[in-house]
Ligand binder design. Structure first.
Ligand code: MF3
Ligand code: CO
Length: 253
């Protein structure tokens, strides 16, 4: 969507703030012995308590055989995105997990993800998380009116190179705000000045996804979970932002 009024801006801020609170809570509970289904159920309860509704639950994606069955995506280790929460998927020390969630509040949709390590992880995974988080910050810094989607992708890719990490090229960011997925698509790589021009008020979800490995992915047997082909770990950070003339406002802080 493109924000036109203060009322819309306030609506996006409320939808973003609630999601930020939900993810902070869920991330703090991603401890050894906790199942990913417990994390999902926390997220769903907090969303509903905030007067919002989950937007991933029953989401029908192009090409998917079944609607997405949960509120939260929980992608552990070599799972890249869209991992389905399960009672038998119990976190253990050293795992890394991406927690991705979206909600709708008064018709405003926000989408955000964080990756965290469970207990004390490896140094390599700490660098993977740091590089991916910094890439999101760099992408956000490049998102201002007059720049292009390629400027965002380029900024994200530069951070991957600096950290010797690989961009998962098959996945990317997107417009959001009214619907979960809107135009434009935002690749996590690209040439400066290429792609679509960003305009004041555009609501975008930027989401770099990096790995240690080749970056090639495959779809798992559940029809939703993407995994790295080489089993290397993946990290994912996402914020919903409002593009402005001089920079962007992060709404999912
Ligand atoms: N942040 C993810 C995305 O933009 C979440 C989608 S999960 C789905 O693709 F179930 F809703 F598809
Ligand atoms: Co998204």
């Amino acid at each position: 969507m493109i924000i036109k009024t203060d009322t819309e801006r306030e609506g996006m801020r409320r939808a973003g703030r609630l999601l930020g609170e939900v993810l902070r809570d869920v991330a703090a509970h991603a401890t050894a012995g906790t199942s990913t289904l417990e994390l999902n159920d926390r997220a769903e309860a907090l969303i509903r308590a905030g007067g919002a509704s989950p937007v991933f639950l029953n989401y029908v994606a192009e090409g998917a055989r079944t609607p997405y069955p949960a509120t939260l995506c929980t992608s552990v280790n070599d799972e890249v995105v869209h991992g389905i929460p399960l009672s038998k998927m119990v976190l253990k020390d050293g795992d890394i997990i991406s927690l991705d969630c979206g909600l709708s509040l008064d018709g405003f949709v926000s989408d955000s993800a964080v990756s965290v390590v469970v207990g004390k992880g490896s140094e390599a995974d700490a660098a993977l998380l740091e590089g991916t988080r910094k890439a999101l910050a760099a992408g956000i810094a490049a998102a201002r009116a007059g720049n292009t989607t390629g400027d965002i992708g380029h900024a994200i890719e530069e951070v991957a190179k600096r950290y010797k990490l690989t961009v998962v090229r098959d996945l990317g960011g997107h417009g959001t705000g009214k619907l979960l997925h809107e135009a434009p698509y935002i690749a996590n790589f690209g040439a400066k000045g290429s792609g679509e021009r960003l305009v004041d008020g555009m609501v975008l979800a930027l989401e770099p996804i990096f790995t240690h490995g080749s970056g090639a992915i495959k779809l798992g047997g559940d029809g939703w979970t993407y995994l790295t082909r080489d089993h290397s770990h993946a990290a994912h950070f996402e914020h919903t932002i409002i593009v402005g003339a001089h920079g962007s406002e992060i709404v999912t802080k």
